[in-house]
Design a protein around this ligand. Structure first.
Ligand code: Z57
Length: 862
């Protein structure tokens, strides 16, 4: 392309090319320029918010320069690319992350070790504090929990690893709701995160694709089969417009792109309505387009099956595929090369429609033969499963599916038909297996599309997210598919987290100590976490242990500040005794399977014990020797329609009310629920934990990723033998983790046993439930928590709280003893956790995907 541009113009462009910030002065200049022109403000009305915006714009300029270079290089080299399709990207804040990832100014004579320090100094001179400026940024909270945050860690690692990759998702105007706690209850308020503008996105007015819904398939041109090119005459049409978010990597100038789609109306308008003078209604009709990307569905591990959600899914898949196909077609390669150029990863079943959409485009629009097309499709896609829980597996009523996407339903039927024929050949006269693996579930009153089965049939690889989970899917929900396709189609890629955000950004003090100790001034350990193992050499160094403990103490102090803010400005914990206060933390989505109820029952048991000892005449000083000082911290959102989860939140707050106001216990036990848990709060909470709880019923938590985050920050773990806890134990050593509870193999039998032995549970739990029943935690309505005790006493205790409660309490006791009476050991365990957690960084995880699933290679910038 270069050669067609006249030399004159070219040199003019080169002379004036955008320049990256190379020094403090460069930054000052950019900053003031953005304040005075882009923001149309001045020195006299530049507040912290404006300073945040101008800083972001300045840093974004840097990213965009590298982004352009990266894309040009990719276009020239045309390597295989990875497309990560995720309905959720839980990014959190961008600015600090960009500053950390930004290379120190290339070839600059600047005195600073890194760009973050440079910008910090600049801002200081300009009259601002970086810390305050960073806090102005609202979280980009386009996700619910683990799945969405995983996608965010993955694009960080994809870029850091220089892998040509795109993230594709939706640009929701409302992210996950903000949680208020009013009288102990969760109240949801809308998260209109774009309210103050978004300085990180680039609106791509020029990238617009039409997306069609409803309508019918035209078969007037003879009686052609559904596997031959067909014409879908759509009903409704909307436009997908691109918004790009540059994704920086650590110590690389590669910048990848996260492309999020917004739905906007078409400019076509309804002449019938217009002519009939119904202008207002025809505008209103158009406006409806925008509702498609208005809001993120706030469910985690639960499918509600709403039409608008299916519309979101198709809208997103159609637009993303269109974009991918357009990019591929520019290279003028043969279709058979498509899978060598394109790897599409399906983050859960949410994007499974992309499988049908690609088949449709290839057959209906590009004229490929069915089999040829299907071969390309299956070589292109791979599917990640994140759960075995039935209520989270997506199913769509066939009627709804066919109404919204009539041609896709035909294709789905054909895909299913060929698949079942293959199965029938393998298992002659076996109707049972046919109905058990059919993509269409034949149920009364409605037939349903099983999206997970579509994802398996349409992919070449299926992976779980931790070893235990990957084994479980092979032996339970996807067992028949292992027989049909062979075990090699199913694989494991254990989750990981990015150490840039979850260590360096969240815990600068620990990062500093590690950097000094490892003698790693360039912080290369953040790229090669095996380097952390060296920390183990220092466990016997008392001075080092003290420093280590001191970092924790400072982080606990910062969390104490946060709690104070949410406690009407009153301290929750005694600052004088922070080092003697065990911070016990459980922060994650509220769900019965994650068993926050068991945690709070444990707190109640402890409180009852303390009260009983008091009533026996024991002094609080003596009691404190048995039940040392501790604060139980909770945080997390419940899905708005999840009754039991909301009741658990209320219970936690009611228990906190009673315990925190009981002066007789002298503050040796405190309970606190931090409202509106999100990524930026996680960055404060996680580094401050002594012990964190990962206590799901065995076999229910696919992986968990906060377990990795806590360990990477020197927090110890109390956990069940579930998800990634198993591998964490293997890596850090079983002496350094507190495991308890029944194993997943026993869950089925234990559940069955509850059906005829309903009152067979431990005294310790009975005592807690009786206290609840007595109404001491719900003075105004003694039956308020009835559904919680009923579910255990009378409804089969599905999550096996009664089976694990005793070992849970016993393990808590062990934790108390270790923290308070073997503190040296405790700190050693903490150091060894960090030293051996390296495996769970997301770079390793992305390398795994790249090698075993995508077959892609890095393209390193020069
Ligand atoms: C979600 O956050 C997860 C699974 C789901 O099926 C849905 Br829907 C949302 C979580 C799992 O519960 C975690 O165990 C896992 O660590 C995370 O996905 C990332 O894999």
């Amino acid at each position: 392309i270069d050669s067609i541009i006249p030399l004159q113009s070219r040199s003019l462009w080169t002379k004036n090319k955008a320049k990256k910030i190379g020094s403090e002065e460069d930054f000052d200049e950019k900053f003031v320029n953005h304040v005075e022109t882009t923001l149309a403000r001045s020195l006299y009305n530049c507040d912290d918010m404006a300073a945040y915006e101008a800083t972001s714009l300045s840093i974004r300029d840097n990213l965009v320069i590298d982004w352009n270079k990266t894309q040009q290089k990719f276009t020239a080299r045309d390597p295989k690319r990875v497309y990560y399709l995720s309905l959720e990207f839980l990014m959190g804040r961008a600015l600090d992350n960009a500053l950390i990832n930004m290379e120190s100014p290339e070839g600059s004579t600047d005195k600073h070790a890194n760009s973050r320090d440079m910008v910090s100094d600049s801002l200081q001179n300009l009259g601002f504090k970086l810390e305050d400026v960073l806090k102005q940024e609202p979280d980009a909270a386009l996700g619910n929990g683990g799945l969405g945050r995983l996608a965010a860690c993955f694009i960080d690692s994809l870029t850091t690893q220089n892998i040509p990759a795109w993230g594709y998702g939706l640009r929701y105007e409302y992210g996950i709701f903000a949680q208020k706690i009013i009288d102990g209850y969760q109240v949801e308020t809308p998260d209109y995160w774009l309210n103050t503008g978004n300085r990180w996105e680039i609106e791509r007015n020029e990238i617009q694709f039409p997306v069609t819904f409803y309508g019918y398939v035209d078969r007037q041109d003879g009686n052609r089969s559904t596997t031959e090119p067909s014409q879908w005459i759509g009903g409704e049409r909307v436009i997908a417009m691109a918004y790009d978010f540059p994704v920086p990597g650590y110590k690389t100038t590669t910048v990848n792109n996260l492309r999020l789609w917004k739905a906007i109306p078409t400019t076509e308008f309804d002449f019938a309505k217009f002519n009939s003078g119904d202008y207002k209604n025809s505008v209103a009709e158009q406006q409806k387009a925008e509702s498609i990307t208005a809001c993120l569905y706030p469910n985690d591990n639960f499918e509600a099956g709403k039409e608008l959600r299916l519309k979101q899914q198709y809208f997103w898949c159609a637009a993303s595929l269109h974009d991918i196909l357009r990019r591929f077609k520019k290279t003028q390669r043969k279709w058979s090369e498509f899978p060598d150029q394109v790897a599409i990863q399906l983050n859960d079943t949410h994007p499974s429609l992309a499988i049908l959409e690609l088949q449709r485009v290839l057959v209906d629009l590009e004229g490929l033969k069915w089999d040829e097309a299907w071969d390309i499709v299956t070589k292109t896609f791979a599917y990640t499963n994140h759960t075995v829980m039935q209520e989270a597996l997506e199913k769509w009523p066939v009627s709804l599916f066919g109404k919204l996407l009539p041609r896709h339903l035909e294709i789905l039927y054909d895909v299913n038909w060929f698949f079942l024929q293959m199965v029938a050949k393998k298992y002659p006269n076996n109707a049972e297996i046919l109905s058990s693996v059919s993509i269409i579930e034949e149920v009364n009153p409605e037939r349903q599309v099983r999206m997970a089965f579509l994802a398996i049939v349409g992919s070449h690889k299926v992976n779980g997210v931790a070893e235990l989970h990957s084994e479980l899917i092979k032996t339970t929900i996807f067992k028949d598919f292992v027989d049909i396709f062979g075990a090699s189609k199913f694989t494991n890629v254990t989750n990981g987290i990015t150490p840039r955000r979850w260590l360096k950004q969240a815990n600068p003090k620990l990062a500093q100590l590690i950097k000094d100790t490892l003698n790693d001034p360039d912080e290369n350990y953040l790229l090669d976490m095996t380097k952390l193992t060296k920390l183990a050499d220092y466990v016997d160094d008392k001075d080092f242990r003290n420093k280590w403990n001191d970092v924790k103490l400072q982080n606990k102090n910062t969390l104490a500040d946060l709690m104070k803010k949410f406690n009407d400005g009153k301290d929750v914990v005694d600052r004088e005794k922070l080092d003697d206060t065990l911070f016990d933390i459980q922060v994650k989505r509220i769900h019965e399977y994650k068993r926050q109820q068991m945690n709070i029952f444990g707190v109640i048991a402890r409180y009852l014990d303390i009260k009983e000892l008091l009533s026996e005449g024991k002094s609080i000083e003596e009691i404190e020797k048995v039940y040392p000082r501790k604060v139980s911290i909770f945080g997390g959102k419940s899905a708005p329609g999840y009754y039991m989860a909301k009741l658990i939140i209320k219970l936690i707050n009611s228990v906190a009310d009673v315990i925190n106001n009981d002066e007789s216990i002298n503050g040796i036990l405190k309970v606190f629920f931090i409202p509106d848990y999100n990524v930026s709060k996680a960055e404060i909470i996680i580094p401050a934990s002594d012990i964190s709880e990962h206590i799901s019923t065995a076999g229910t938590e696919a992986s968990g990723t906060s377990n990795m985050k806590f360990s990477m920050n020197g927090g110890l773990i109390i956990g069940t033998v579930d998800g990634a806890n198993v591998e964490i134990t293997r890596e850090i050593g079983e002496d350094n983790i507190f495991l308890f509870g029944n194993l997943s193999e026993k869950v089925e039998d234990l559940r069955a046993a509850h059906r005829y032995k309903s009152d067979d549970f431990p005294e310790s739990l009975d005592r807690v439930l009786s206290a609840l029943e007595s109404g001491i935690f719900s003075p105004d309505n003694s039956n308020e928590f009835k559904p919680l005790w009923d579910s255990i006493r009378y409804h089969g205790d599905y999550y096996l709280v009664s089976d694990d409660f005793e070992s849970y309490l016993a393990t808590q006791k062990l934790i108390d003893e270790t923290y308070h009476y073997q503190r040296e050991d405790w700190v050693k365990k903490s150091i060894l956790s960090v030293a051996n957690i390296g495996y769970f960084n997301s770079d390793r995880c992305i390398e795994d995907y790249a090698e075993t699933i995508w077959n892609v290679e890095p393209v390193v910038p020069e």
